[in-house]
Design a binder for this molecule. Structure first.
Ligand code: NAD
Length: 485
C-alpha cells in the first residue's frame, strides 16, 4: 500500500492509487469532531477554494467531460458545468453568514418569559453519489451547499465519466485537505460500498432503481438521504398554446444535452386536433437549432454505446408495435462510425405499454400523445409515478391553474422547459418516485444543516405550577390552558 501525503493527514491508497473511502470517512469524522461549528470565515475560505478549483481549470474540466461523452456541446457545458456551479458557489459564499445565524422563533404566551430559537448546525460528513449526465454540476452543487453549512464532503463520481472523475479527484487533492473534501474514484462496486458508509447525510443523484438500493443501504445506518431521481416528466400543450412560440422552447428542453437531462420533457401531451401542427413546429424548431446532427459540435453525443443501443431499441420496439416514427434530419441511421450523435425521433401512435412509455427515455426521443380533454391529460399523468418535472405551455390561466392544482411533480416551468431547475432560489428535488428532499440556494444549506431547536428557560417563570404534587391550582391552570391557548 502506497501512502499519499497531504498537509495534515495521511490517506492510504490501493494499488491503483485510489484512496480508501472508509478511511477518508474516519479522517473527516475526526476533523469534524475537532471543529463542529466552523466559523463563517473558514467556510468562505473553503468555498473560495471550491470556486478556484473550477475557475482555474475550466478548460481541463470541459475537455474531460467532452472526452467522456465522445463529444459534448461546449456551450452547454459552459452553462451547466461552469456557470451554474460558479454562481452557486458565489451565492453560498455571499449568503452563508446570514443563513448561519440562529433564528428567533415566537414563544407562546404560556411559555414566556422563556425564549426560543433555531440554531443551524452542520451535520458532519456528507456523502454525494453522482451520475454521469452533469458530472461537474452534480458533484459540486451539493458540495458547495454542504461546505457552506459547515460539513465535510466525500464525492463518488460516476464510472461512466472516468476522465472527469479522475480529474476531479486530482483537483480535489490539490485544492482541499481530504479531511475537508475528498473524491473517491471507482466503479459500481465502489459506489455500492460508498452508499453503505455511515455518513451523516447522503445525497444520491441518479436513477429511481438505483436510488431505491441507495435508500436501503442508507437505512441500515439510519443515514438521512436526499434522493435526486429521474422519471418521465410530461409536457402538456394546452389548447391555448401558441405553437410557434412554444415549440422552440420545448425542443430546446428536449435536445439540450441530447435529452440526457433529468428534467428533460420526456413526452408531450397534445390536443388531438393539434398533433400534426405540433409535430411540424417541433421538427422545424429542432432543425433550426441543429441544421444537422451528425458531426455537429453543438449537439451532444450519447454517453455510451450501451445507452445508444438502448435508445435505438426503444424506437425499434415502438415501431414494431405500431408507432409512427418521424426521424429528424437526413441521418435516418447512424451516420459515422464511432459517433453517437443521435438524430431526434418523434414517436406518434404510441401506447402506454411500449417500452418508450414505461422507461425514462433520457435521450432525443419524443413520444407525442394526443388527448381529448384536459382531464384526460391530467389523469394520464396521475396514473403514473410522480414526475420530477412538469411543463405546461399555453395562455389560458384557468387551465394552467387546473394542471398545477391537480398534478404533483418535483417542479414546474410554465411556458418553457428546464428553467425552474436553474433558478437557484427555488428548491430543486423530486417527490415520490422522482426523489426525496431538495437543495439549491438556501434550501441546500438547510438540507445539510440540523436546525437545532433551543428553548431557553427564564430565571423567573411559572413552570413550577406544572410540578407535582398536583392540586387545585394545577387543575385551574390546565383548564385555563385548554380553553384559551
Ligand atoms: P445511475 O442510477 O445508473 O447511477 C448513478 C450513480 O450511482 C453512479 O455514480 C453509479 O456509480 C452509482 N451506483 C450504481 N449502482 C449503485 C448501487 N447499487 N449503490 C450505490 N450507488 C450505485 O444513474 P445514471 O445513469 O448515472 O444517471 C441517469 C439517471 O439519473 C436518470 O434517471 C436521471 O433522471 C437521473 N438524474 C437525476 C437528477 C436529479 O437531479 N433529480 C439529475 C441528473 C440525473
Amino acid at each position: 500500500m502506497q501512502v499519499q501525503k497531504f498537509d495534515y493527514v495521511v490517506v492510504g491508497t490501493d494499488s491503483a492509487g485510489r484512496v480508501a473511502a472508509a478511511e477518508v470517512l474516519d479522517i473527516q469524522r475526526a476533523a469534524f469532531a475537532a471543529d463542529m461549528l466552523p466559523s463563517a470565515a473558514s467556510r468562505r475560505e473553503r468555498l473560495d477554494r471550491l470556486y478556484a478549483l473550477v475557475a482555474d481549470n475550466e478548460q481541463a474540466i470541459l475537455d474531460a467531460i467532452s472526452a467522456d461523452f465522445g463529444g459534448r456541446a461546449r456551450q452547454e457545458m459552459v452553462l451547466t458545468e461552469l456557470f451554474i456551479v460558479l454562481s452557486a458557489v458565489r451565492q453560498q459564499r455571499r449568503k452563508l453568514g446570514r443563513w448561519m445565524r440562529p433564528r428567533r422563533v415566537a414563544t407562546p404566551l404560556h411559555m414566556l418569559p422563556g425564549s426560543s430559537e433555531l440554531m443551524p448546525q452542520p451535520l458532519g460528513v456528507v456523502g454525494n453519489i453522482v451520475p454521469w449526465n452533469y458530472p461537474c454540476q452534480l458533484a459540486l452543487l451539493p458540495a458547495a451547499a454542504a461546505l457552506a453549512a459547515g460539513n465535510r464532503v466525500m464525492i463518488k463520481p460516476s464510472e461512466l465519466t472516468p476522465a472527469f472523475s479522475h480529474l476531479l479527484a486530482q483537483l480535489a487533492a490539490q485544492y482541499f485537505n481530504p479531511a475537508e473534501l475528498a473524491v473517491i474514484e471507482g466503479g459500481v462496486e465502489e459506489s455500492r460500498a460508498f452508499a453503505a458508509l455511515p455518513f451523516d447525510h447522503l445525497v444520491f443523484t441518479g436513477s429511481t432503481t438505483v436510488g431505491r438500493q441507495v435508500a436501503i443501504a442508507a437505512a441500515h445506518n439510519l443515514t438521512p438521504v436526499t434522493l435526486e431521481l429521474g422519471g418521465k416528466s410530461p409536457a402538456i400543450i394546452d389548447e391555448s398554446c401558441d405553437l410557434a412560440e412554444s415549440a422552440p422552447r420545448l425542443a430546446f428542453g428536449k435536445l439540450f444535452n441530447a435529452g440526457q437531462t433529468c428534467v428533460a420533457p420526456d413526452y408531450a401531451l397534445v390536443p388531438r386536433a393539434r398533433v400534426a401542427d405540433f409535430v411540424r413546429e417541433v421538427s422545424a424548431a429542432a432543425l433550426a437549432m441543429y441544421p444537422q446532427f451528425a458531426g455537429n459540435q453543438q449537439y451532444t453525443s450519447i454517453i455510451s454505446e450501451r445507452h445508444y443501443a438502448r435508445l435505438q431499441q426503444l424506437v425499434r420496439d415502438a415501431q414494431e408495435q405500431g408507432a409512427t416514427v418521424v426521424r429528424l434530419g437526413a441521418e435516418a441511421e447512424r451516420p459515422h462510425d464511432g459517433e453517437r450523435r443521435m438524430a431526434p425521433v418523434l414517436l406518434l401512435d404510441v401506447t402506454p405499454d411500449m417500452a418508450v412509455m414505461r422507461e425514462e427515455i433520457f435521450g432525443p426521443l419524443l413520444p407525442v400523445l394526443p388527448y381529448d380533454t384536459l382531464q384526460q391529460a391530467i389523469a394520464f399523468i396521475n396514473e403514473r409515478e410522480r414526475p420530477l418535472a412538469l411543463y405546461w405551455f399555453g395562455r389560458d390561466r384557468r387551465n394552467c391553474q387546473q394542471v398545477l392544482g391537480s398534478t404533483i411533480s418535483g417542479g414546474v416551468t410554465v411556458n418553457d422547459a428546464l428553467w425552474h431547475a436553474a433558478q437557484e432560489n427555488l428548491p430543486f428535488g423530486g417527490v415520490g418516485a422522482s426523489g426525496t428532499g431538495a437543495y439549491h440556494g438556501e434550501h441546500g444549506f438547510l438540507a445539510f444543516s440540523k436546525q437545532k431547536p433551543i428553548y431557553r428557560q427564564a430565571r423567573l417563570n411559572g413552570f413550577g405550577l406544572f410540578r407535582p404534587p398536583y392540586g387545585r391550582v394545577f387543575d385551574t391552570l390546565a383548564d385555563f390552558l385548554k380553553r384559551h391557548m
